[in-house]
Design a protein around this ligand. Structure first.
Ligand code: MEV
Length: 408
């Protein structure tokens, strides 16, 4: 039997025979995970944290975030609580559909107009074939064509309804490409594949009275930092990383595809011709106004969303009947919340103060110690502001001595 054909327990045995020490895993969990990927031998765990009271469009949400970076959930909570004091985020999602591409090779005497006349019928045929998508409110919406020499590029917009839709769109495109291949003047179908080009755009905005964030001077510093990010790619990419901290964590917690969003955001940040910040902050009268627009190829059904227990838990936290529109609004708002908290920290005390306090948890987690000892060491690291492994080891000795002394 080939490695990929073996049951996961057998794969683990083989690795153990090679002298690789594997972590213990529950057999039921292992079997569940085996259905999600290939060559599965274990699991990678991520903590899920909560943002309490993210206020978006007048509604409060609890938002699950899956991330290993200790300061991300704290930053999102901080940004969300500032925004809540200012009335919350206002968001708007345009879920028009996701792009697909069909690239055909055409003959010398190909007449584009004749093929274009077939497009309405092709849309009808396809929507009949994929009637269940249409019943859920989706379907093929438009087809546009552009010819370059012997290549015909078709750009197809498909509304995936509540799903992210990658698999469905690819099936649709392959069906359409087969129909197109039989049309006069088409030599052959070359490619049919969805495009991760930005679509499903969400815009989010917050207006924070400057008094809430320590006054006009701080607000102006934030606006200046944001302005720098509009033209300086060195700053822009870090600004965007802070936004993606929040976005990725909600994507992961809700079973969405982080790579699709990251790829689209990369193009989106360069859409003006040079790389720039995804967000913008300005001061107007007595308000700091922040805006963010992001392409969010996300869904609330489909893929592994319906089959993973950990993901189902996230949707229970969010509220059972959340729509993809609402989820996109929430994800963008979290991105802007993280951005606000980061800019505020950088413009005031600097980023390290808060970061290192949280980083200390990672340091103690790597100590070989009981959880009580780890907590005691954490307190010592934070009060001494010494955030190194060496200091943690020294404090552990200290804690153990203190514990022994109090026992005797
Ligand atoms: C760290 O994960 C993210 C920040 O660097 C973002 C930023 O600089 O805006 C704090």
């Amino acid at each position: 039997m080939k490695f990929y054909e073996l049951p996961p327990a057998k794969r683990r045995e083989l690795l153990k025979q090679q002298g690789i020490e594997l972590d213990v895993i529950d057999t039921e969990v292992l079997d569940e995970l085996n259905l999600l990927s290939e060559n599965v031998v274990g699991q990678l765990r991520l903590p899920v944290g909560i943002v309490q009271n993210l206020r978006v469009n007048g509604q409060n949400y609890q938002v699950p975030m899956a991330t290993e970076e200790p300061s991300v959930v704290a930053a999102a909570n901080h940004g969300a609580s500032i925004a809540a004091k200012a009335g919350g985020f206002i968001a708007e999602s345009h879920r028009d559909g996701i792009w697909g591409q069909i690239i055909l090779q055409v003959s010398e005497n190909f007449q584009a107009a004749k093929l274009q006349a077939f497009f309405p019928e092709l849309i009808k045929l396809t929507n009949n074939k994929f009637a269940s998508l249409v019943n859920h409110g989706g379907g093929v919406k438009t087809i546009t064509a552009k010819q370059e020499a012997e290549l015909l590029f078709l750009k197809i917009l498909v509304d995936p309804a509540e799903a992210m839709g990658a698999n469905k769109v690819n099936s649709i495109l392959e069906y359409m490409a087969a129909k197109l291949a039989a049309c006069p003047g088409i030599e052959q179908k070359l490619f049919a594949i969805l495009s991760n080009y930005p679509s499903q755009i969400t815009k989010v905005k917050v207006e924070v009275p400057v008094a809430i964030i320590g006054g006009r001077k701080t607000a102006q510093k934030i606006a200046l930092l944001s302005k720098i990010g509009q033209t300086d790619p060195m700053r822009a990419v870090t600004n965007n990383k802070g936004i993606m901290n929040g976005i990725d964590a909600v994507l992961l917690a809700t079973g969405n595809d982080t790579r699709a969003v990251a790829a689209a955001c990369g193009v989106w940040s360069s859409s003006s011709g040079s790389y720039t910040s995804l967000s913008e902050w300005i001061v107007q009268e007595d308000k700091l106004i922040g805006q963010l627009s992001v392409p969010l190829l996300i869904g609330t059904v489909g893929g592994s969303i319906n089959s993973r227990k950990d993901i189902k838990q996230s949707y229970r936290i969010l509220g059972r009947n959340i729509t993809s529109n609402q989820l996109a609004d929430i994800i963008a708002a979290i991105g802007l919340a993280n951005n606000l908290a980061a800019l505020l920290a950088i413009a005031t005390q600097g980023i390290q103060k808060g970061h290192m306090k949280l980083q200390a948890r990672n340091i103690v987690a790597s100590l070989k110690a009981t959880s009580q000892e780890q907590i005691a060491v954490l307190q010592k690291l934070v009060s001494s502001k010494k955030y190194s492994q060496a200091a943690a080891r020294e404090f552990l000795q200290e804690v153990r001595k203190e514990n022994n002394a109090s026992r005797n």
